[in-house]
Write a protein of this length. Structure first.
Length: 277
């Protein structure tokens, strides 16, 4: 078994420090710049239809303050995943490693996708532009594709025990993220996103059944519950139920927090797998 202890506290502190630094960058940008920076850019449909509860303060650099800052939840958890990947990279010689421990680049990819989503979604809610919304959605798809990549790698362990095949999978995931930039313009997110989530859930169930004693089902179940709660909160926000446009409390802000935790828990479900030799 793998006897190397993951330095959770050190990883957490490093991720928190990076997140506080990024918060400082956000604060300075919003303090020193104004909404005219986005002038000339195509306005998103979400802005035109007032899709979200939070007030669009078009005079400010961050048009939607809370919905922008809350994306730091993705950034924080992305930095934690990157910290885990750093640890795994230094302990490849340990015994009893699971799929993610054996191939840290896959964890790096998950962490990078979370950071990409954080920046893309922050860009969108700060600018409420068409291009910002495209980057936001592509970041969302990239995270889904990363989770599918992990699940596929675990499902077909024998195939991906060969390093060449692992790199082929990772390259395919990167290419898929680029393809989804165009694909999202052709297939509506109301179809595409649920399909990706369904694939993730089906593969996760199949993987769990293959090693019931090695996986902690409670982690995956909690991740699924967080996603359900997130969807409810987002729906309430869009329907303007309990809506206060000027409040610090925003349903879409909570959507960011809960979906970030859902993604991390599904990642951790695989990273926490116990493998018997």
């Amino acid at each position: 078994m793998n006897t190397h202890q993951l330095p959770i506290l050190r990883i957490y502190i490093s991720a928190l420090a990076a997140t506080l630094l990024m918060w400082g960058v956000f604060f300075i940008l919003n303090s020193q710049l104004d909404g005219t920076c986005w002038d000339g850019m195509r306005v998103s449909k979400s802005a035109l239809t007032t899709e979200y509860c939070e007030l669009n303060r078009t005079e400010h650099f961050f048009h939607q303050r809370m919905n922008t800052y809350s994306n730091l939840a993705y950034f924080f958890l992305g930095m934690i995943v990157i910290g885990v990947a750093n640890f795994d990279r230094k302990n490849l010689s340990a015994s009893g490693l699971n799929v993610l421990q054996q191939f840290p680049p896959l964890s790096y990819f998950v962490g990078a996708c979370l950071v990409y989503l954080a920046m893309g979604s922050a860009f969108f809610h700060a600018s409420m532009t068409w291009v910002g919304q495209r980057v936001d959605m592509n970041g969302t798809y990239s995270v889904c594709l990363a989770l599918i990549g992990i699940a596929v790698c675990r499902r077909y362990t024998a195939t991906f025990s060969v390093w060449r095949n692992r790199w082929f999978l990772l390259s395919g995931l990167v290419v898929s993220v680029v393809i989804f930039i165009e694909l999202h313009l052709r297939i509506k997110s109301i179809v595409l996103l649920p399909l990706l989530i369904l694939i993730i859930l089906v593969l996760t169930v199949l993987n769990y059944r293959s090693n019931k004693t090695g996986f902690r089902l409670s982690i995956a179940v909690l991740g699924a519950l967080f996603m359900i709660v997130a969807d409810i909160l987002r729906t309430l926000d869009v329907k303007k139920i309990g809506c206060d446009p000027t409040s610090f409390y925003q349903g879409h802000t909570l959507w960011h927090f809960f979906t970030a935790m859902s993604v991390f828990l599904l990642y951790w479900f695989y990273r926490n797998e116990r493998v018997t030799e």
